[in-house]
Design a binder for this molecule. Structure first.
Ligand SMILES: [Zn+2]
Length: 136
């Protein structure tokens, strides 16, 4: 605790973010875009202007790859990263039942002011899944 106090990043004043969230923010998983995705979605949160873009590759009814791009606050970038990890390997059916709480848990919990980030992640996921025909 004490050795990090002097060089605490300015975006983590008051330690409002968990270590998992900062890890996702600093080392985003699956950042970028799939070149010929099966689904693409982009959602903007009008409240704070965050934009989350998600591309998915689907094979045999399962999400085999997910990539995200995010513009916005630390929480939205972290939730985008966590979302890709959460859904990769899931069946479309499972992915459709993802809850914002799972995204929040994957980043170590969200401060009250940042819960919009988990909802944004869910919105973009559901928007992308809508483009994929329901599996037989
Ligand atoms: Zn935000």
């Amino acid at each position: 605790m004490n050795e990090s106090a002097s060089n605490a990043p300015i975006y983590n004043q008051n330690n409002m973010y968990s270590e998992q969230m900062l890890d996702h923010f600093q080392n985003p998983r699956n950042a970028g875009e799939i070149s010929n995705p099966d689904a693409t979605a982009e959602v903007e949160n009008p409240a704070c202007g965050d934009i989350l873009r998600l591309t998915l590759k689907v094979s045999d009814g399962h999400i085999v790859a997910a990539r995200f791009k995010a513009k916005g606050c630390v929480a939205s970038m972290a939730c985008g990263s966590a979302l890709t990890e959460l859904v990769t390997g899931k069946s479309l059916r499972e992915a459709r039942t993802t809850q914002p709480e799972q995204v929040a848990a994957a980043v170590g919990g969200l401060p009250q002011a940042s819960t919009h980030a988990a909802h944004l992640a869910l919105d973009v996921l559901l928007a992308a899944l809508k483009q994929i025909p329901a599996s037989p």
